[in-house]
Design a protein around this ligand. Structure first.
Ligand code: KG4
Ligand code: ZN
Length: 408
């Protein structure tokens, strides 16, 4: 089975072709034939964050090149031999109707579809939420147009579930030898999803059964990285920028006079919730209260970056371990852009080792933590029963929660 997966939930235009190997209807492995991400980072950098209407236009421009590249890498892009003109005219009219709000995309897609054959794929998976509504619609309408033209079913995907299921893509256990397809050994699990828009602790009894046990009450962890980076004059996205500064700090000589101590919000609260907006405010006050010469210095920016990163890591680790113990889970799964953070990955693994916890720890490779469509393909596979050719009824749900997607 081959899946074409599409994600336009935020500022990355993503398409992937996933090959699913299964035996007796049980999946054995996912093979990524292509996984293309067209980032809009440069465009949004001057705004210090994602500007949705600009992102929407960029998705329209990028979707065809990204689709072409992903089909080509998967060796599925083939030129047409001959067009059947009369039939085509009728189809084009319908295509125009589906993409009536996406004029740029319509023109590009029409040219593409007239030129290339239907690729050998079985199903289209597309993210319907959560995310930025104008952006999500680009991917969804694109998927509908392709589904109509190629007569394929579409399966709607939850972006957060896709981040969780990214762990099935390159199933390498981080501290025990076992297979992610061995559900007996894996579940129940607790998933920490940390991205630009979400920070959630999810209890997962099996694939398709989720319960949100904790979440942020204000800013997401990634948002905190992005906003504090902006205060410090670092580029967007803030996570990698702060991580880089923090890493550079290590090679500096420690100066006790320049130490900074930030709060660890809600670290000892009895629940599994988070709060990161206080951390951002603390950074802002500290920054404003320093003389210009100090706050613009390398030493200050690196010391502050290190402390921001450590404050976020401390809270994430403490809460995740607490949830894992309280719910007596067998595994901990990470996902989302912040899970690409090297220090978080390293310190978490060390913590599990030091505490001698007999818990599997899984985290996807870094490029599969940040937004991509391969993870959407996995979610599409596990939700394939929801696939429909009645694609008109598929709608964007910008605030979709993972529990709305429970299938068992
Ligand atoms: O999952 P993602 O790519 O998109 C969303 O669904 O939001 O996450 C993006 C977030 C951004 O806030 C970015 O700053 C953060 O992930 N991020 C990181 C790192 N790489 C990306 N945060 C910390 N360290 C990183 N290495
Ligand atoms: Zn994401």
């Amino acid at each position: 089975m081959k899946i074409l997966a599409i994600d336009t939930s935020c500022d990355d235009t993503c398409a992937s072709i996933l090959k699913v190997k299964s035996q007796k209807s049980k999946v054995k492995s996912f093979n990524i034939l292509s996984n293309i991400v067209s980032s809009q980072v440069k465009l949004h950098q001057k705004y210090g964050g994602v500007y949705p209407f600009l992102a929407k236009r960029e998705h329209q421009r990028n979707l065809i090149p990204v689709l072409k590249e992903s089909l080509s890498r998967a060796r599925l892009l083939k030129l047409k031999v001959k067009n059947q003109k009369s039939k085509l005219q009728l189809k084009t009219q319908k295509l125009k109707e589906i993409l009536k709000r996406e004029e740029i995309l319509y023109k590009k897609l029409k040219r593409f579809l007239e030129k290339y054959q239907k690729p050998k794929i079985d199903i289209i998976a597309v993210t319907i939420g959560p995310g930025l509504e104008p952006c999500l619609w680009q991917g969804v309408n694109f998927a509908k147009a392709l589904a109509f033209w190629w007569d394929l079913p579409v399966v709607p995907v939850n972006h957060i579930e896709a981040h969780v299921l990214a762990n099935w893509l390159e199933p390498v256990s981080r501290n025990f030898q076992f297979s992610v397809f061995n559900f007996q050994k894996l579940f129940p699990a607790v998933c920490l999803i940390v991205s630009g828009g979400h920070t959630q602790l999810i209890l997962m009894k099996r694939i398709g059964n989720y319960k949100i046990i904790g979440q942020t009450r204000d800013d997401a962890a990634g948002e905190c990285f992005d906003k504090t980076a902006r205060i410090l004059g670092l580029p967007y996205p803030g996570g990698p920028a702060i991580a880089k500064q923090a890493w550079q700090w290590k090679s500096e000589i420690r100066n006790p006079k320049s130490e900074i101590k930030l709060p660890r919000p809600m670290i000892n609260s009895k629940d599994y919730d988070f709060s990161f907006s206080g951390l951002k405010t603390a950074v802002l006050y500290d920054f404003k209260n320093r003389p210009k010469k100090v706050r613009n210095s390398k030493e200050y920016i690196r010391t502050m970056s290190r402390e921001i990163q450590q404050a976020i890591i401390d809270v994430l680790i403490k809460k995740t371990i607490k949830a894992a113990r309280d719910y007596r889970v067998k595994s901990i799964l990470f996902g989302g852009g912040v899970a690409a953070n090297d220090e978080l990955r390293k310190q978490f693994q060390l913590k599990i080792k030091n505490l001698k916890l007999k818990i599997n720890f899984l985290v996807p490779p870094k490029n599969l933590c940040t937004d991509n469509a391969a993870m959407v393909g996995v979610a599409g596979y596990f939700n394939r029963k929801k696939a429909t050719k009645n694609y008109q009824k598929i709608k964007v749900l910008a605030n979709l929660r993972i529990t709305q997607f429970n299938t068992c």
